[in-house]
Design a protein around this ligand. Structure first.
Ligand code: FE2
Length: 385
């Protein structure tokens, strides 16, 4: 969870009169998590944020599960998902459980005609290809290749892309996305041994205040449905805010890898976590330097976690035939390991240029219908020599 941040104008104390130049009051809003018991922010609006003018019929965007109980190593080609113009319509869910939904998207166009709010999940947008800006009532977050953009649930946002060729990995987390507990001290500050520091966490900037009335459509996602809401005031009418709850960004290129004489376990690669899952970043780094080190990972059984790897860039020592945007899923219950020849091939190698995101879930993942369309059907037997 990032630290205290503030933008724009705020009153000297909470919950006191704060007036506009014309003498009328600004509207204070508390955005709080775990009821009123965890991180929160206070925002000050030109108009009350409650002026709903119409609500359209909800429609379903719920994933369609094709395989509920998976017991097979699988691989999916994320870049085979076709591009679509609209940001929300471009999203294709691939693997899901009650803690997290994993999707990819190749949106061509910026959001121009509506705003979006996920009320059921924190969102993490990993930018594999593309450049642009996320706009929120907390300010702007410019993004580019390699950024994780973390958007807490309840945040209204739009996304603008500079070009049409964009590729995103999208996680919906049904619990708050947070820093691993072992990375932070009792005050919440990132410790010296953490692979990133507060300076690497990019906070919103350039607060824009839209003093506008009219018809503003916000697509609100919750429980697999989109509820189209219409508000009579612009959702980004904030004159100032402060607190700990806001969207932020972290680039995978700012992750400082931890290396050792012999193979380091996957937790050294951890970036963030939520309930029942962890996220990791595999970044370019020096290999293990014991003279007899085997630098390629050992075979392993994920006794109690499904392991998803998303390949971003570079070469992958332990696998053959890996493409950008490819997923591998190695589920609870069966071992996996380096492909034939990879162990010997890796001996003596000094460094790796791999770049990948890993998602380990502690509950099994279900496979969607769309995932089967982009599956390498023979992957399960790819270890045969
Ligand atoms: Fe693994």
């Amino acid at each position: 969870m990032p630290h205290y941040h503030s933008l724009g104008k705020i009153p000297s104390k909470r919950h006191v009169q704060f007036r506009k130049p014309d003498g009328t009051l600004y509207s204070e809003q508390l955005l709080s998590t775990e009821g009123f018991s965890d991180a929160y922010s206070l925002t000050y609006h030109v108009y009350p944020p409650t002026m709903v003018s119409a609500i359209e019929e909800p429609y379903s965007v719920a994933p369609e599960v094709a395989i509920e109980k998976n017991m097979q190593n699988r691989s999916f080609q994320g870049f085979q998902v076709p591009p679509a113009d609209d940001f929300l319509e471009s999203r294709v869910p691939l693997m899901i459980n009650n803690d997290i939904h994993i999707s990819v998207a190749a949106p061509r166009q910026s959001m121009k005609s509506y705003f979006y709010k996920n009320s059921g999940a924190d969102e993490l947008l990993f930018i594999h290809e593309g450049k642009g800006v996320v706009r929120t009532m907390y300010g702007k977050l410019p993004f580019s290749y390699g950024d994780h953009i973390v958007i807490p649930r309840g945040t209204v946002y739009t996304i603008e892309f500079e070009a049409t060729d964009n590729r995103l990995l999208i996680l919906e987390s049904f619990s708050p996305i947070r820093f691993p507990k072992r990375y932070v001290n009792r005050f919440g500050q990132l410790l010296e041994h953490a692979p990133y520091y507060e300076r690497d966490i990019r906070k919103p900037s350039d607060l824009e205040t839209f003093d506008q009335k009219g018809d503003f459509r916000i697509l609100v996602k919750k429980d697999g449905l989109i509820f189209p809401y219409h508000y009579a005031t612009h959702p980004f009418d904030v004159i100032g805010w402060d607190g700990f709850l806001y969207p932020w960004a972290f680039s995978i290129h700012d992750f400082e890898p931890i290396t050792g004489r012999i193979h380091q376990p996957p937790p050294v690669h951890q970036t963030f976590e939520g309930n029942n899952y962890v996220l990791c970043a595999f970044v370019p780094r020096l290999y293990d330097y014991h003279p007899d080190a085997i630098v390629v990972p050992y075979n392993h059984s994920n006794v109690d976690s499904d392991e998803v790897l998303y390949y971003v860039d570079g070469e992958f020592m332990s696998r053959k035939h890996v493409n950008r945007g490819q997923f591998t899923l190695h589920p609870i219950g069966i071992p996996h390991g380096p492909h034939p020849g990879a162990v010997e091939r890796g001996i003596g190698a000094k460094e790796t240029r791999e770049l990948a995101v890993m998602i380990d879930t502690f509950k099994p993942l279900m496979i969607t219908r769309q995932a089967l369309d982009i599956e390498d059907k023979a992957y399960f037997s790819s270890w045969i020599d």
